[in-house]
Write a protein that binds this ligand. Structure first.
Ligand code: DI6
Ligand code: FE
Length: 406
């Protein structure tokens, strides 16, 4: 006896590898104890199969719940004032000299309480969830002290308790150099390394990230953070090659990193290293769009080398104030020529790999967690095609259907 059966749906299982949706038309999918117990064509339902609850999907498409595998969604304040100032002629330098930019978000986040951070972040998370997202990654990195990084990560964990979403947390202490360490970047990196153990002890960290860039931390400093992470048994990932080639992706691959993210300036060596290590390329078109960047990541080379490509929002107040994963899919297709099936794989199976959760979520397969999204669409490509339409008609978390009801 199953707990729940969704019937009269078309499945995009995303389980068949790249270039395919794994379509099963006129299908059904059964859940037992929060996991997928059976799926297949309705006509193949086992004789006498029964479920405590049956939902008629009314011809909807059913996909794995979407996964946003790179966000800075917990932060205080926003930077629309800087956005407006720049459009009125101010330069980045003007803004930085006036104490703006990333440091304005650091100041706001330090001043906010954990409750404030939660209250400000929940609407952004709800916007993602309304579009079928069932798992999000959330980074710290706007506190830059142990106490305020811990506060951000506690707020992130609370989001996973307050809303029907699974949260994976990432410690990004090496995001920016705080003013109290001006001119002493190596000392700050030492400090970041010592923050990891207490955060791990409190159960606040699932992975460790850094911003490896001329305006962030060097290759060598990043490697020290990676060593400290590995010493605590944590997987690493990296903001790599966003503005310049620091060989960050190859470094990440050397540490068996889960993902290297951004990658606009990734070179051929980095592609080879990522392919060999199985490191996922996380593509973030929102930041490219918002910064009006003109160097796209080497999508054709990544595809050719067989590097898995994920797509995420990078939701942050400075470079990607975006809370729509469907829009990120459209941008990845329009700006960078991903195919719609690559974009959907990028927010399902490959996003799961980028979080180290591939065995648990990201595809529709027997034994995986029953996290689904139901869509009022004619074909899976509609999810990448439409701009601003939300065709999500239901979300299922571990087998439990949320409104809007089917
Ligand atoms: N890369 C980015 O584009 C953002 N962080 C990062 O490491 C910028 C974050 C911000 O400006 O608030
Ligand atoms: Fe980011």
């Amino acid at each position: 006896m199953w707990d729940v059966l969704f019937t009269n749906v078309h499945l995009a299982t995303m389980a068949d590898g790249d270039g395919a949706y794994g379509e099963v038309r006129d299908a059904a999918i059964a859940v037992k104890d929060g996991r997928i117990a059976w799926l297949g064509p309705r006509a193949a339902l086992p004789q006498g199969a029964q479920a405590a609850t049956v939902h008629d999907g009314g011809g909807s498409w059913l996909t794995p719940g979407l996964i946003d595998c790179h966000t800075h969604i917990v932060h205080a304040g926003n930077r629309s004032d800087e956005f407006e100032a720049r459009l009125n002629g101010a330069t980045y330098d003007d803004i930085a000299r006036a104490g703006g930019g990333i440091m304005s978000t650091v100041r706001a986040t330090r001043a906010a309480s954990e409750d404030d951070l939660l209250r400000e972040s929940l609407p952004r998370v709800r916007s993602l969830l309304a579009e079928g997202v069932t798992t999000i990654e959330i980074k710290s990195g706007y506190g830059l002290t142990l106490a305020s990084e811990a506060k951000m990560l506690r707020a992130a964990r609370r989001i996973g308790r307050e809303l029907p979403v699974r949260v994976a947390t990432t410690f990004l202490g090496a995001h920016a150099l705080p003013p109290e360490f001006a001119g002493r970047a190596d000392d700050y990196v030492d400090e970041v390394c010592t923050m990891i153990a207490p955060l791990v002890a409190e159960g606040l960290v699932d992975a460790v990230d850094a911003f490896c860039e001329r305006i962030g931390f060097s290759h060598e400093q990043t490697e020290r953070v990676f060593q400290a992470a590995r010493a605590q048994g944590l997987p690493v990932k990296l903001h790599a090659e966003q503005l310049s080639d620091q060989r960050g992706a190859a470094l990440t691959a050397r540490y068996q990193g889960l993902s290297a993210d951004h990658l606009e300036h990734l070179g051929a060596d980095g592609v080879v290293a990522m392919a060999a290590a199985g490191t996922v390329a996380v593509l973030l078109p929102g930041a490219y769009y918002f910064l009006r960047d003109t160097t796209p990541p080497p999508v054709a080379a990544l595809r050719e080398a067989g590097v898995a490509m994920a797509v995420a929002t990078d939701c942050n107040p400075g470079t990607s104030p975006m809370t729509s994963l469907l829009l990120a899919m459209n941008m990845a297709c329009t700006l960078w020529r991903l195919t719609p099936s690559e974009a959907l794989a990028g927010v399902t199976r490959h996003a799961a790999s980028a979080l180290g959760l591939r065995d648990d979520i990201g595809t529709l397969e027997v034994g995986k967690r029953a996290d689904f999204a139901l869509w009022r669409i004619a074909r899976p490509a509609d999810l990448s095609y439409a701009i601003g339409l939300n065709p999500c008609r239901g979300v299922v978390n571990a087998g439990i259907l949320r409104s809007p009801a089917v």
